[in-house]
Write a protein that binds this ligand. Structure first.
Ligand code: IPE
Ligand code: IPE
Ligand code: MG
Length: 233
């Protein structure tokens, strides 16, 4: 079978809490295990030639969770940056983010900004992490910025230019793990023509086998973008 590799794969990583609860562990253990799946997915995505890999790591609504859990997630992200800095630098990976990171603990915000700066000239895989990210917030921010810039009317392309993801192609393929079938405020504008896939696997268990299965599913999709695929008619 001819595999079609999405240029931009976006992942709503879900099921960390359930993974831990099923094992009788505190939810934070699920987040720890989840970050390992992030690491391996970065490697696997690079290997198969994906150009942009987005992860939804923390939403604008996730602040509703217990402070202990939120703090644990931030701690795990701190360690992720520390442990993976060399990987990003040595493997030509560029880190970008989407969301309002200024609301994160200041040291974590600075760590992300530092690694983004250090990897900005890398032209291998782009890893885009959604942190304090919400699609509605992103759109409100974009419109406010356009008002400030004195725009009296806007085109669809103007809107794209004002999103966090202005330099990225739209996601071709969006995977949400854990069986939930919703976007939860993820890339609302960018997903207009994305293909969706909702495997049951909980995020910490997501491995190369699951990724390749997903790519096979994507490869069979007939993307028409409103037109007609004459070959298949
Ligand atoms: C995804 O896993 C990670 C974040 C949203 C930060 P969850 O923590 O949402 O896991 P479940 O959905 O409770 O199992
Ligand atoms: C979506 O997962 C957000 C992230 C993956 C960061 P949630 O677990 O927060 O979403 P809901 O609450 O089930 O919709
Ligand atoms: Mg969840």
């Amino acid at each position: 079978m001819n595999l079609k590799i999405p240029k931009h794969l976006a992942i709503i990583l879900d099921g960390n809490g359930r993974w831990a609860t099923k094992k009788g562990l505190p939810r934070t253990f699920g987040h720890k295990a989840g970050i390992e799946a992030v690491k391996s997915t970065v490697e696997n995505a690079k290997e198969i030639g994906i150009k942009v890999l987005s992860f939804f790591a923390f939403s604008t609504e996730n602040w509703k969770r217990d402070k202990l859990e939120v703090d644990a997630i931030f701690d795990i992200l701190r360690n992720y940056i520390k442990d993976n800095e060399n990987e990003y630098l040595s493997k030509n990976i560029k880190l970008v983010t989407m969301g309002d990171l200024t609301k994160l603990p200041n040291d974590l915000f600075c760590k992300f900004e530092e690694l983004k700066e250090k990897t900005k000239a890398n032209d291998g895989l782009i890893v885009n992490i959604g942190l304090n990210y919400g699609g509605r917030d992103e759109l409100a921010r974009a419109f406010n910025q356009m008002i400030k810039d004195g725009k009296k009317s806007v085109t669809a392309n103007d809107i794209k230019e004002y999103l966090y993801t202005c330099d990225l192609p739209d996601p071709d393929f969006i995977i949400r793990t854990s069986g939930e079938q919703r976007l939860s405020n993820f890339m609302l504008y960018q997903c207009a023509y994305s293909e969706f896939y909702f495997p049951k696997v909980l995020w910490p268990d997501f491995n190369k086998k699951h990724l390749m299965k997903a790519i096979k599913v994507y490869s069979k999709r007939d993307r028409r973008f409103g037109g007609i695929n004459k070959e298949k008619k």
